[in-house]
Design a protein around this ligand. Structure first.
Ligand code: URA
Ligand code: SF4
Length: 189
């Protein structure tokens, strides 16, 4: 087993897929390694590619607001992406790029051992939960796998494009917080 610092070193210098040729820098996940909730988004955007930190742009502002509304801060959770390098022009990451990068996410998950995994958006949900996951129909529903609860919510950028989704994602965040409180008060469940 590698340490977290070793894993970050690998990601910082990774050349496993062609996104390494166009990135400014890799974006390792960030947050509390002892946190109970792991959020998984899609890929670094333009701002993240420049800053080296997940969700620093407008979507990040919304993400922070959603956390704040359920009384949480980024420092309490861990946030990462399916691919760690910015796809040019913000296109969806190709399946082969996801495949090349997924071992890092598996490693982050193994080190973190989260109680709850929340996919942000369709791309993450289809990679982590099920290839035919329907975010519109299934967001906010929980399923249990290997002692971890899995769910997905809309991607914050989808909510920014369509404000009608805001109350839906707010409700899903409340449910996530509720579940986390339950799991904390009954730690053996
Ligand atoms: N969108 C994502 O999916 N991830 C980020 O880190 C930023 C924007
Ligand atoms: Fe490596 Fe992932 Fe970046 Fe591809 S996206 S170069 S696999 S860190």
């Amino acid at each position: 087993m590698y340490t977290y610092e070793e894993l970050k070193e690998f990601v910082d210098h990774c050349h496993r897929c062609p996104l390494c040729q166009t990135r400014t820098r890799s974006v390792m996940g960030q947050g509390n390694l002892h946190g109970e909730i792991l959020f998984i988004a899609e890929a670094p955007g333009y701002n993240e590619d420049r800053d080296g930190v997940p969700f620093t742009g407008k979507s990040g502002e919304l993400f922070d607001r959603l956390l704040d509304e359920i009384g949480m801060k980024r420092e309490e959770i861990y946030l990462t992406n399916i691919v760690k390098c910015h796809p040019p022009g913000n296109r969806d990451p190709y399946p082969e790029e996801q495949e090349a990068c997924i071992p890092y996410l598996k490693y982050e998950t193994a080190l973190l051992r989260p109680k709850i995994i929340v996919c942000l958006g369709r791309i993450a949900a289809q990679r982590v939960i099920r290839p035919d996951y329907r975010i519109t129909k299934e967001h906010g529903m929980f399923l249990e796998r290997k002692n971890t609860w899995l769910t997905a919510v809309y991607h914050p950028s989808a909510v920014l494009r369509d404000p009608a989704k805001l109350p839906l994602i707010q409700e899903d965040f409340r449910k996530i917080r509720e579940l986390q409180k339950q799991l904390t008060s009954f730690p053996n469940n």
